[in-house]
Every structure is written in C-alpha cells, then in structure tokens.
Design a protein around this ligand. Structure first.
Ligand code: DX5
Ligand code: ZN
Length: 213
C-alpha cells in the first residue's frame, strides 16, 4: 500500500518545506493543470524542475493537460520517476507510454470517472500504473465518487498477475480509503486529507494503516 500525497493543497510559496512535511510518503503527487483539459491552472515544467532539485522523493506527476504526447516526455526528462497522462487527451497513448519508458520513467495512464477501463485493456502491458479518478479532475477537496468502485474492481481483475500499480485520486480520506483498498487499489493520492491535517506525516501513516486494515 502506497500513499502518494498531492501537493495541490499545500502552500505553493513554500513547496520544499511542504514536501518536507510528508517524509513518510511513498511519492509526491504533483498535479499539472493547463486550464484546457480541466478548468483550473496550476504549475508546469519549471516548477517541477525546481521540485526535482529540492527533494529525493519519488515524483509522481499527474498531467491534466491537452497534448500530453508533446509534454509528458519533458517531465520524464526533468527526472520524474512516474509520469501519468490522461487517455482522454492522448492522441497516441501506446506510443506515448513507450516513449516515457524509453526515457526511464514509469508510464501511467489516467481515466476520468466516466471513462471505461475496458477500452484500454489491450494496452495494460504498456504501463506501470493505472490512475482511476474518483472525482472529476480539476480541483482538490471534492467528494469521493462511489460510482468508481466497480471500475476499481474490474481494473484489478483485468490487471491479473501483472505488477502494475492501481492508483486512486480524488476524495481519498480516512473515511473512503478502506473502500478503495477493498476494491483493489494499492496506491492512494490524498490531497486535502493530508495537507489540511495538523500533522501531514502522521496522516500519511494513518491512511496507510487504514488501507491495510
Ligand atoms: C484533482 C487532483 C487530485 C487532487 C486530490 O484533480 O488530481 O490529485 O489534488 O485532492 P483531494 O485529495 O483533496 O481530493
Ligand atoms: Zn492528481
């Protein structure tokens, strides 16, 4: 069970310090938004390059952008260990996944809540992680969508014995993480649950314990 906190709800003027508050986490989840694929704008490549210099933690980049075919490889080249693109935005997802792996990153594909996993079942061998959105992408602090639970189950079945991580993102908290784990998720993004906590690192450990329970 891996906990990968999102820094979307952190203090963006002090990212190095904020990342230092989640030392027990398995990776830092960075949400890149372009105000086209989603109706919100966050940070891009220059900030990720700075984060790379500021921490040795695994960087888990979640690209919520148009034209990931053009931009995702740049994040791998910037030293991110994992780069996630949305299948809804990728023109050539297989080619893109192969390119990310060629550049030494883990390749990951993300699906919005209403996007069926079955449409992408044939390319599972091309990725190292599947991210299932459990809210509509764009903002932190939204309510977890229970309607995604059956898709988590189906994805776990489709993965079979493959060593592919199954990540959920959106509304994950002490209240919802058990449901996700029980359905088959093994990697959990939590943004507001972690950074709204008085002690973010303690919350990371509590979330991991809840996922294992
Ligand atoms: C939403 C982002 C998430 C977000 C999660 O579009 O992809 O990573 O930061 O935040 P919470 O955990 O607050 O839903
Ligand atoms: Zn995310």
């Amino acid at each position: 069970m891996r906990i990968t906190p999102s820094i979307l709800n952190a203090d963006f003027t002090n990212l190095a310090g904020e990342i230092g508050r989640i030392g027990s986490a398995d990776a830092v989840h960075v949400d890149v938004m372009d105000n086209h694929f989603v109706p919100n704008l966050t940070i891009g490549l220059p900030v990720v390059e700075s984060i790379r210099k500021a921490t040795d933690m695994m960087l888990d980049i979640h690209l919520m952008i148009e034209d990931p075919d053009r931009w995702a490889p740049e994040y791998a080249e910037a030293g991110a260990e994992s780069v996630t693109f949305h299948v809804e935005a990728a023109a050539a997802p297989v080619r893109l996944a192969r390119e990310l792996r060629r550049l030494g990153a883990r390749a990951s594909m993300a699906l919005k809540p209403a996007t069926p996993i079955e449409a992408y079942a044939d390319m599972l061998d091309e990725v190292d992680m599947v991210l299932l959105m459990t809210v509509e992408p764009g903002f932190g602090g939204q309510k977890f969508l229970d309607l995604v639970l059956p898709k988590i189950r189906r994805t776990r079945e489709l993965l079979g014995s493959r060593q592919i991580w199954l990540q959920v993102d959106g509304g994950v908290s002490l209240e919802t993480i058990e449901r996700c784990a029980e359905a088959g998720a093994d990697t959990f993004v939590a943004g507001s649950a972690v950074y709204n906590a008085a002690d973010p690192d303690a919350m990371v450990n509590r979330l991991r314990e809840a996922a294992v329970a």
